[in-house]
Design a protein around this ligand. Structure first.
Ligand SMILES: Cc1ncc(COP(=O)(O)O)c(C=O)c1O
Length: 417
């Protein structure tokens, strides 16, 4: 999915709470897509992709892989289509996938969600996020996320008419300040929308951060909605699902998706798991958004979730190698590189090159060296945009030869500025 930015402006627009705007406008404002004068902008991804195409640049802006996932998963989907699995799936999802999700949670985290009423299949993680927010928040409620934040969070919080409160993640390791985190909570905090591993920063939160979130969510009576779509894409650090921590399970819904783990972003198969009462509430909303989707793909992803452990360690190792190739080129370009512990995004600080405005550099970069990236301020409200003004995000979920070419091009940047 795309992060949004307004075309023709160098800083994003501030997200706001409900007010009297039409719902679509609240969604647009929440995703930094609407200017104060009411003009609808284009996504920064659209803008960067157009630029990449017109300049022949390598597009490291958008976060989707340029190679398909495992052949056996594709074959399973093809076989399912041929066998006639082409009508509506059950609203809660194909049983084989719900069972596979439960077995996956058991295998990797020692959890045992009941496939019948503690697992729900969704149309990508995006629908899980939307259905959960729409299920629980109303105008006046606050939803807390870290900042920078994935763009769909701002959009749906806006759509729900809630207030989007953010707590900053601070460079160089993009961790929150635990001493002040409580200041972002209030009696109106309804949901803590956590993203771990974190897009766009690549941070993977350790137990100390997660347990403080659980403590504060419990103190303020908030639900934790944990978006863990990059759960298997970590480099040398463990992914800890927040729901495994003491006191968390009763208030936590965990979201994941086939898009990132299996490189089938176009299939839009996601899922969530959590306590039966919370899952039932989300299911009530979800059934009127899409009811269900992707019948043959759901069964195929069940096959994927059953792949042996080597598959999972293999994807992380491959990605770590790709990260290192790109990091090298970014260092050679003269940027300060923040090495991510997870996801397939890497952030750099452009200020060592004397550049203060990453939005401006992102617009010039395709022309300068033939590589496109995304400025981090578009993932922020106004204060966060100021704080991250010199940061750029590059995606490294691309073929090795593409990344080597991009790294070589980036290494020439210093001479071209
Ligand atoms: C943090 C995060 N959550 C959710 C999604 C969307 O997942 P899906 O494609 O399964 O809807 C993405 C995709 O980029 C993401 O980065």
């Amino acid at each position: 999915m795309a992060a949004m930015a307004s075309a023709g402006s160098s800083t994003p627009f501030t997200g706001t709470s409900a007010g009297t705007q039409a719902p679509w406008k609240r969604a647009a404002v929440g995703a930094n897509l609407l200017s104060p004068s009411g003009d609808l902008g284009v996504t920064i991804f659209e803008e960067m992709t157009t630029l990449a195409v017109s300049t022949g640049a390598i597009n490291l802006g958008q976060g989707f892989p340029d190679e398909d996932g495992p052949a056996e998963i594709k074959a399973a989907a093809q076989a399912a289509i041929a066998a006639g699995a082409n009508q509506y799936a059950p609203g809660k999802g194909v049983a084989a996938l719900r069972e596979a999700v439960s077995a996956h949670q058991q295998r990797f985290y020692g959890l045992a969600p009941d496939p019948e009423n503690e697992v729900l299949v969704t149309t990508g993680a995006t629908e899980a996020i939307a259905a959960a927010l729409l299920a629980f928040v109303q105008p006046g409620d606050e939803v807390l996320t870290f900042e920078p934040f994935y763009d769909s969070y701002g959009a749906v919080i806006g759509l729900a008419g809630a207030t989007h409160v953010t707590a900053p993640l601070l460079a160089p390791d993009f961790m929150p300040d635990l001493a002040t985190l409580e200041e972002s909570f209030s009696s109106r905090t309804k949901i803590v929308l956590l993203n771990n591993p974190h897009n766009p920063t690549g941070a993977v939160f350790p137990e100390s951060v997660l347990s403080r979130i659980v403590e504060l969510a419990a103190k303020y009576g908030a639900i934790i909605l944990s978006d863990e779509v990059y759960e298997h894409l970590t480099f040398g650090v463990p992914h800890i699902p927040v729901t495994t921590l003491p006191g968390a399970a009763e208030r936590t819904i965990t979201i994941s998706s086939a898009g990132k783990t299996f490189s089938f972003t176009g299939w839009k198969i996601g899922w969530l798991s959590g306590p039966a009462d919370l899952v039932a509430s989300v299911r009530t909303v979800k059934q009127f958004l899409t009811y269900s989707s992707g019948t043959p793909f759901q069964g195929a992803i069940a096959v994927g979730l059953g792949l042996p452990d080597q598959f999972y360690t293999g994807i992380a190792e491959t990605l770590r190698h790709k990260r290192d190739i790109l990091a090298e080129g970014l260092r050679a370009a003269g940027f300060s590189v923040y090495n991510p512990s997870g996801t397939y995004f890497i952030n750099v600080d452009t200020s060592p090159l004397g550049i203060r405005d990453s939005v401006d550099l992102a617009r010039r970069l395709p022309g300068l060296v033939g590589v496109a990236a995304i400025p981090v301020p578009v993932f922020c409200h106004a204060d966060g945009a100021e704080r991250t003004r010199s940061l750029l995000r590059f995606a490294f979920c691309k073929k090795v030869d593409v990344l080597e070419e991009a790294a070589g091009r980036l290494a020439t940047l210093k001479d071209r500025l």
